[in-house]
Design a protein around this ligand. Structure first.
Ligand SMILES: *Cc1c(COP(=O)(O)O)cnc(C)c1O
Length: 421
């Protein structure tokens, strides 16, 4: 039986309507920026497997470090025990995170990183004797699939069935030049009506919202208002973290720093799942008390798994290397010159770029999950390029190790698409 047939016997895939969705494609191997399917065909991973494998698939440097860690210490309960990989990782993260971040809390994925951030913010106020229940979020944000994270995300087919069970969230539009004053007015009104505990946001680039980008100065003003009202700010850098915006973290572009930062995806370079929620000393201090009840009683069995920590340490070493930083610069420049060539094409409505993230909107009518989206996906796969269009948005977020030839192949596949779409 083929892999495709065996897949269909017992597997249930994410984000998939199995009645109409094409068969899942078996991938048997990956290396650098390349994926290989069961027929031996290769594809350039233009989205770094959902922004994880930034240093290349099966990166040999990381493999070496993990191998050593696997033979030394695999797993230990992180309540009451500690270990070198977690300590070392916390030190490395604090070195590169915005200056106000002091404490590192571990969980398993981007959704739980945000869940932890939301719970920290709610309990921060609770511990200080204040009942603050409302979370503010952007209309079109995405923060994950657990209940808190899903509640704070924009409404769509994905969370619609659960709306009755959401935590209390008030949504404001993502700011732009035209709506900015109204957004601020709405924000101030929400603050007067509700007891607001926290504001959660994706800084500068909203990944799931078709790579929508917005300016730092608007976000900065919102963050200042939050700070003035003792509203805890949570930067969801699950997508933007670890160099993708051209700086280690998107929050570095914004003057006002968040109280809490969520990290995952590239944190563990595509090897294993892990997440981190960092926070300020001020947040941490609100949980210090002689009473046990004020502690943060949130735990995942695999918190700070030593193997995952060793991957993350190796990942940060690579990120900080001259070699990777040069590669990031090259991708940024390469995207810019592609953009000048393509932005006035009749089939291109708009383009945008932040760091290695490049996106263009097609000048074509189509639904986000419609048939045309699959046709475009197929076009790219036939050209040996793995890109996953978000509705009419085509975006590239390549592994930093992608070669110029591979990048040019992606650009060519996009240009070809414009001729036929
Ligand atoms: C992917 C993503 C999440 C969810 O992370 P998972 O690991 O899929 O749970 C949350 N926020 C942002 C911005 C993301 O891109």
């Amino acid at each position: 039986m083929s892999l495709k047939e065996r897949d269909k016997r017992h597997l249930w895939h994410p984000l998939t309507q199995h009645k109409i969705h094409p068969d899942a494609l078996p991938i048997v191997r990956a290396e650098g920026a390349l994926l290989f399917d069961d027929q031996g065909k290769e594809y350039i991973d233009g989205i770094a497997s959902w922004y994880t494998a930034m240093y290349g698939h099966c990166n040999p440097y990381i493999i070496e470090k993990v191998n050593k860690q696997m033979r030394t210490l695999d797993q230990i309960v992180f309540a009451g025990f500690t270990h070198e990989p977690a300590i070392h990782l916390s030190e490395e993260l604090i070195k590169i995170l915005p200056d106000n971040q002091e404490k590192i809390f571990f969980s398993d994925n981007g959704s739980t990183a945000n869940e932890v951030g939301i719970k920290m913010a709610l309990q921060y106020h609770f511990n200080k004797g204040e009942k603050r229940n409302t979370i503010i979020a952007f209309n079109d944000g995405f923060h994950g699939d657990t209940f808190g994270a899903m509640s704070a995300s924009g409404l769509s087919v994905y969370n619609g069935p659960f709306e009755d069970f959401f935590i209390d969230v008030q949504r404001i539009p993502t700011p732009n030049e035209e709506n900015f004053e109204n957004v601020i007015e709405e924000l101030l009104e929400i603050i007067t009506i509700y007891d607001v505990a926290a504001f959660i946001y994706e800084p500068l680039v909203q990944g799931a919202n078709a790579m929508h980008m917005f300016e730092a100065r608007y976000l900065n003003e919102i963050l200042q208002i939050c700070a003035a009202n003792n509203i805890i700010t949570i930067a969801d850098e699950v997508m933007t973290g670890f160099g993708k915006t051209g700086k280690n973290f998107a929050s570095e572009y914004i003057e006002t720093k968040p109280d809490i930062i969520s990290l995952s995806k590239a944190l563990t370079a595509g090897f294993v799942p892990m997440a981190v929620t960092s926070c300020t000393q001020e947040i941490y201090n609100a949980f210090l008390d002689d009473s046990v009840g004020k502690a943060f009683f949130h735990a995942h069995t695999y918190s700070a798994n030593p193997i995952a920590c060793s991957v993350a340490i190796a990942g940060i070493e690579l990120l900080s290397s001259v070699e990777i930083q040069q590669k990031i610069d090259r991708i940024i420049k390469s995207h810019q010159s592609f953009d000048t060539k393509i932005k006035s094409h009749a089939k291109v409505k708009t383009t945008r770029q932040k760091g290695v993230i490049y996106a263009l909107d097609l000048h074509v009518e189509m639904d986000r999950y419609g048939k045309k989206r699959f046709e475009i996906f197929d076009h790219f796969m036939q050209k040996g390029v793995c890109l996953r269009p978000l509705g009419k948005t085509i975006y590239i977020l390549p592994p930093y190790v992608i070669t110029q030839d591979q990048l040019d192949t992606i650009y060519r596949a996009i240009v070809d698409l414009l001729d036929i779409v």
